[in-house]
Design a protein around this ligand. Structure first.
Ligand code: NAP
Ligand code: GCO
Length: 265
């Protein structure tokens, strides 16, 4: 078993919410080892922008407009992908949102919206792809978890609840479908420089660094924010034959945050 154990040649990979950000970084890495890239986004405008980015990177991706919280729309999209591209071998549940609101100020509707995208949608999309994976003899599901699958912090109650639930959904899919040769694992990114975290890195009015930016760099052994491309290698591993015996595992790609008490002030 040489380098080919990491090959995704001819595999169809669906990465949700991958017009940019972490999903895009993962898709690029998977394409580089032969995967056929399929992605969805909630708006045609973002799908088109994503297709243009993939083309500029020499990747022949397939883009679909789909709100992953909408079960009938997801089922229709999966059928279209199966007809137009092929049966999905690899699913990356990446689409996600966050609302940073103190819990007692958050409405139940705002809480539900985060749970809907970050937890209900991975259930919906996984449920839509598993039957064909079983028919095909197996598949790979990768759920994008978070530091908040293990840790809490002020203002992210809904997100932490969703990402904690996503960790356990990962373990349950492993438990329920492991005997059908489906491996379901998670990736728990640390703090990644994407549009989702841009507000935490914005310069202050006086030009100084955002306090959270300084805080996170002090909590990360490497002393820096990570970038989306750094998630590509771990994702390729969990999507490839190299990880056929890995199931129900959350692989933290956090630069060591979870191992580190933080830099002494
Ligand atoms: P991002 O820059 O905000 O991108 C999120 C993507 O998901 C966007 O393309 C967005 O599309 C899409 N999306 C949102 N709701 C959707 C829906 N209902 N249906 C379909 N697509 C939807 O986020 P990111 O930083 O790349 O994060 C990607 C994943 O990693 C998320 O699950 C996030 O929770 C997780 N994560 C991020 C970090 C980090 O530090 N950035 C760390 C750990 C985990 P639109 O632009 O059209 O809304
Ligand atoms: C936040 C950040 C984090 C990251 C990520 C960390 O507000 O704390 O957005 O939640 O997105 O999930 O792993």
């Amino acid at each position: 078993m040489g380098i080919e154990m990491f090959s995704l040649e001819g595999k169809v990979a669906l990465i949700t919410g991958a017009s940019y950000g972490i999903g895009y970084g993962i898709a690029k890495a998977m394409a580089s080892v032969g995967a056929k890239i399929v992605f969805c986004d909630i708006k045609q405008e973002f799908v088109d922008k994503g297709l243009a980015s993939y083309e500029a990177d020499g990747i022949d991706a397939h883009g679909y407009v789909c709100d992953v919280t909408n079960e009938p729309a997801v089922q229709e999209m999966v059928k279209k992908i199966e007809a137009e591209v092929g049966v999905i071998d690899i699913l990356v549940n990446n689409a996600g949102i966050i609302k940073r609101i103190p819990m007692c100020d958050m409405t139940a509707e705002e809480f539900r919206q985060v749970i809907d995208v970050d937890l209900n949608a991975p259930f919906i999309v996984s449920k839509a792809v598993i039957p064909s994976m079983i028919e095909k003899g197996g598949g790979k599901i990768i759920n994008i978890c978070s530091m908040m699958s293990e840790l809490g912090r002020e203002t992210v109650s809904a997100y932490a609840a969703a990402k904690g639930g996503l960790k356990m959904l990962t373990r349950n899919i492993c438990s329920e479908y492991g005997d059908k040769n489906i491996q379901c694992n998670g990736i728990g990114p640390g703090y990644i420089a994407t549009p989702q975290t841009a507000p935490l890195r914005e310069k202050q009015p006086d030009g100084s660094r955002h306090p959270f930016d300084q805080f996170i760099c002090g909590r990360t052994p490497a002393g820096r924010w990570l970038n989306p491309d750094e998630l590509g290698g771990p994702a390729v591993f969990l999507a490839s034959k190299a990880s056929d015996a890995v199931n129900g595992h959350i692989l933290y790609v956090d630069g060591g945050i979870l191992a580190y008490i933080g830099k002494q002030p």
